[in-house]
Design a protein around this ligand. Structure first.
Ligand SMILES: Cc1ncc(COP(=O)(O)O)c(C=O)c1O
Length: 452
């Protein structure tokens, strides 16, 4: 029984009531499993800056920030205004608009490796297309991914990602299905690699190279991977090996695109993929995503010719809402605002302050913690071993971590229990201090109760 559950329940009777009602209509009372946590999920009615207000009128310091999109804060005025204006002009037309061209051009200016791109509505939808591109372009079927690498909700990626089960040795993991409903053929189509382990990866890529259509990676293994940042030398080796074997290198930049900088992780590391997907921060909270890559690849397997040969040579990508003008207007407003503010040096400063502060707070209680992340992304794992892979996360004290997160929530910090955390340009220095003070308070409460 959690020691913070009682405090949580006392503060949130309306959420409890809503949860009971929600369970009659929504599976699990929530719109997606990521929103569910015990004892019951919270329901929110308002957001502003870096704060959320729940249905019981409790205010929270938010470090979830919409699971990533709200890079500059909640309800950014320039975005709400752009959306309102666009709603009056054209809400949805299906066919292309000048806004779509303008946004694609702007993305290309900042991410020149996305020579040709397409829009989508969610990260999962965009990442799904990158795999189809790789399979169509190379004529191969197998995909390499990292253990603990998260790429959304498609079958191809729900392998050795969130499962608590691990198989095979540390340097040669074997694929494990994460959830029910995924055909076992996916196991045969997936090569699982150990993150940041150059020797093991180089030898596995060389062994399986000719069967592999793509190697997909998250430049920051933000959630199941524990927030570990890819090492530059490792990325260089992966880039070299994939190029040699004719494997398309795919960056899943759904989290890192526009969060690590206007050039995303590709710009940050100076190493470019063949194909990439971006989303989340691109439109500051309005649903959007995009995928694209080298012109030669995109032209070969995406650009339609309009005749029957397309059925043989091209992937099918279309979507009722892809390129939706409201999302395009939001994306343009967001990128203009990012260009105007250049929030990245500030985000690095507050991110570093939080990471160092959290280490220091845990050390007061002689509790080992590994705090990871970069810029405005952070995650932490309660263990004395360095965290490099998903296996290190699984070997940590996850029960204590869950308890600490619930303690923070019960004390007014929306610390996601099973998700990477995000800061934003709306977080002030005082918010970082509040986060650290509340972390200290939670650990002190646990110490007094004798649970740590
Ligand atoms: C790295 C990564 N890829 C893909 C996705 C899927 O994006 P969406 O939830 O928009 O489908 C996510 C979502 O968290 C993600 O973090």
């Amino acid at each position: 029984m959690s020691m913070f559950a009682e405090q949580f329940r006392k503060r949130t009777p309306r959420s409890k009531q809503l949860y009971e009602e929600a369970r009659r209509y929504l599976a699990g009372g929530v719109g997606g499993r990521g929103k569910f946590f015990k004892p019951y999920p919270l329901y929110f009615k308002r957001a502003y800056g870096c704060r959320l207000v729940d249905v019981d009128d409790n205010e929270y310091l938010d470090v979830t920030m919409g699971a990533g999109p709200n890079l500059l804060g909640h309800n950014l005025k320039v975005i709400t205004e752009a959306v309102k204006k666009q709603l009056e002009i054209a809400t949805h037309v299906f066919f292309s608009t000048p806004l779509e061209v303008e946004l694609a051009k702007k993305i290309n200016q900042h991410m020149p490796h996305l020579e040709l791109l397409r829009f989508a509505n969610s990260g999962s939808e965009a990442v799904r297309q990158t795999i189809k591109i790789a399979r169509a372009y190379t004529g191969r079927e197998k995909i390499a991914k990292f253990e603990g690498g998260f790429h959304g909700s498609d079958d191809a990626f729900l392998v050795s990602c969130m499962s608590p089960e691990i198989k095979g040795p540390d340097n040669a993991p074997e694929p494990v299905l994460d959830y029910a409903g995924i055909p076992s053929i996916v196991l045969e189509q997936t090569l699982v690699l150990p993150f940041n382990n150059t020797d093991a990866c180089v030898s596995l890529i060389r062994k399986h190279g000719k069967e592999l259509a793509a190697l997909i990676l998250e430049p920051v293994a933000a959630t199941p991977g524990g927030g570990v940042v890819i090492e530059k030398a490792f990325l260089e080796a992966i880039r070299e090996e994939t190029a040699r074997e004719g494997i398309l290198l795919i960056y899943d930049e759904i989290v890192t695109g526009f969060r690590l900088g206007l050039g995303g992780a590709a710009g940050h590391f100076g190493i470019t993929p063949d194909v990439a997907a971006i989303g989340k921060a691109l439109a500051g909270g309005i649903p959007i995503a995009a995928f694209g890559g080298k012109r030669e690849i995109m032209e070969a397997v995406v650009t339609p010719t309009g005749d029957t040969s397309d059925h043989k040579n091209k992937i099918f990508h279309s979507g009722t809402f892809s390129g939706n003008p409201v999302a395009m207007a939001a994306g343009l407003a967001m990128l203009d605002e990012i260009e105007r503010l250049n929030p990245y040096p500030y985000l690095q400063t507050i991110g570093d302050r939080l990471r160092a502060g959290l280490r220091e707070v845990f050390s007061r209680y002689n509790l080992p913690v590994q705090v990871s992340g970069i810029s405005s992304i952070f995650n932490f794992t309660i263990t004395d071993r360095p965290v490099v892979t998903r296996r290190d996360v699984l070997r940590s004290n996850t029960a204590l971590q869950t308890e600490f997160c619930l303690g923070l929530i019960a004390n007014g910090v929306l610390q996601p229990v099973r998700h990477a955390s995000f800061l934003s340009a709306a977080h002030q220095e005082a918010d970082i201090v509040e986060y650290l003070e509340k972390s200290n308070h939670v650990l002190m409460t646990m110490r007094k109760a004798g649970s740590i």
